[in-house]
Write a protein that binds this ligand. Structure first.
Ligand code: NAD
Length: 279
């Protein structure tokens, strides 16, 4: 079984980002990534800090703008509108999910779509669906970057995606469709998931359920992409039973060191390189 090494893919993109930043710095242009963190939620806070650290490691300025959990909707909208106007801020990344009492849709859509580097606004979603250039959510984009790096074509392939969230599963399905795959989108109400996943040439697990995808759910030689991140007994694992899968899959991403490793780089790439085509 071939390991699809996310760290290698990330290193490849990292080089391009560093080169682009060098070029910008020579011209005295210092773009900034504005990370918005609401409340002291631990996973989001850790993600924000690690994002900032990776940004700094490539020479990109990244600030975390913190708001109390009790922050009002209008306060956040004012903040976004301020960031929209700041020329040096090239990308805005609100840590999701926002607290439940806030109208996430209203807030997110106050972002300038040209700075919405995680493709959250309706405008960028519409661009993805219609195949026009726009910002594509970073995790689905990372999956595409893995396919590109390893020259895995999607044309005519059957792809089973397990998960239908707005940030991962749905944009992934659209990206695969844009690349001429035949897509089956599976979710909690799907009947006979193993039957559907076994038919697929490529299985993408994005459910957030440790050990959900086992060897008997995948056909021999299939490509298995594990987007899931689960903490079990203090260890980070994906949605795929990795050990069992090594006997069956043709290629697979590990966790950690797979999609997650590439996602962070896609955030930075979106900030410094701008749009990519939605395909
Ligand atoms: P989510 O909880 O919003 O969505 C999960 C989806 O999986 C839902 O659509 C649900 O219907 C489906 N699902 C859950 N259990 C299922 C089951 N037993 N059978 C079939 N479908 C099932 O999660 P999300 O935000 O889409 O994230 C999915 C996973 O990807 C999580 O583990 C998350 O931590 C991980 N993630 C990884 C990255 C990365 O960079 N690698 C980034 C974002 C999210």
């Amino acid at each position: 079984m071939q390991i699809l090494d996310g760290r290698q893919v990330a290193a490849f993109h990292r080089e391009q980002i560093v080169r682009r930043l060098d070029d910008l710095h020579k011209r005295d242009i210092q773009p900034e990534l504005a990370i918005i963190l609401i409340g002291a939620d631990r996973p989001s806070g850790m993600y924000a800090k690690s994002m900032q650290k990776v940004a700094h490691s490539v020479g990109l300025s990244a600030e975390i703008y913190y708001k109390e959990t009790a922050a009002q909707e209008d306060e956040l909208i004012d903040m976004l509108e301020y960031f929209n106007e700041q020329k040096h801020i090239w990308g805005i990344l609100p840590m999701m999910p926002l607290p439940r009492r806030l109208d996430t849709h209203r807030i997110v859509n106050c972002m300038d779509p040209e700075k919405d580097i995680d493709g959250l606004t309706d405008s960028n979603i519409a661009r993805l669906v219609t195949g026009r250039p726009g910002f594509v959510p970073c995790t689905p984009k990372a999956v595409m970057a893995i396919f590109d790096y390893y020259h895995i074509s999607l044309t005519g392939k059957e792809v089973a995606i397990i998960g239908r969230s707005n940030v991962v599963g749905k944009p992934l399905a659209q990206l695969c469709l844009n690349r001429n795959a035949t897509v089956t989108q599976c979710h909690t109400r799907t009947k006979n998931l193993p039957l559907l996943s076994r038919r697929a040439d490529i299985v993408i697990a994005a459910a957030g359920k440790a050990g959900l995808v086992t060897a008997h759910m995948v056909k021999s030689g299939a490509v298995v992409i594990d987007v899931g991140i689960n903490r079990v007994d203090g260890i980070t694992i994906g949605d795929v039973d990795y050990e069992g899968m090594t006997e069956v899959a043709g290629a697979m991403t590990p966790v950690p060191g797979g999609v997650g490793a590439v996602t962070t780089m896609m955030v930075l790439e979106n900030v410094v390189c701008g749009h990519t085509q939605g395909t």
